[in-house]
Write a protein that binds this ligand. Structure first.
Ligand code: RB5
Length: 147
């Protein structure tokens, strides 16, 4: 079964719940590490938990959510091996997989998306990494870690 890990802070409680429901409806087994209340927590802690879980293996991707998606995606991108995209359109989400082979995708619960964030998520899920020249660029990108 395809697996995804999802985590959120207090800024994205209801969008995170929608994401989990959507993924389950699509047949994913979801490990949910977020919070379902609006008591303040720190998004870097949630990013770290989700990435540590992802690293256990067997996951197709992770979804991270905070108020804007910015803090939690930056946090995840500080961790080795993580490429977390923060797309606001389905096109960008598709490219995040096809060109960047993103292994995490982030959303903002307080962002007014002009496209349904679940469609944006589907764009990412349904896309396939194209390899080829993108492989070389990703290798270069990952070589920047720790510089
Ligand atoms: C929390 O108030 C908020 O700063 C957080 O959810 C996120 O938007 C940070 O990038």
């Amino acid at each position: 079964m395809s697996k995804a890990v999802v985590a959120n802070d207090h800024g994205a409680v209801s969008l995170a719940a929608e994401v989990v429901r959507h993924l389950e409806k699509r047949g994913f087994e979801v490990t949910y590490l977020g919070i379902d209340h609006e008591e303040s927590i720190d998004y870097p802690d949630k990013a770290e938990e989700a990435v540590m879980e992802y690293r256990k293996g067997g996951y197709d991707f992770g979804v991270l959510l905070c108020g804007t998606g910015i803090g939690i995606s930056i946090s995840a991108n500080k961790m080795k091996g993580i490429r977390c995209a923060l797309p606001e359109t389905k096109y960008a989400a598709t490219m995040a997989k096809e060109h960047n082979n993103a292994n995490f995708i982030a959303f903002g619960g307080r962002i007014e998306y002009s496209e349904n964030p679940l469609d944006i998520l589907d764009g990412y899920i349904d896309a396939t990494f194209q390899g080829g020249r993108h492989e070389r660029r990703i290798e270069k990108m990952m070589a920047l870690e720790g510089k």
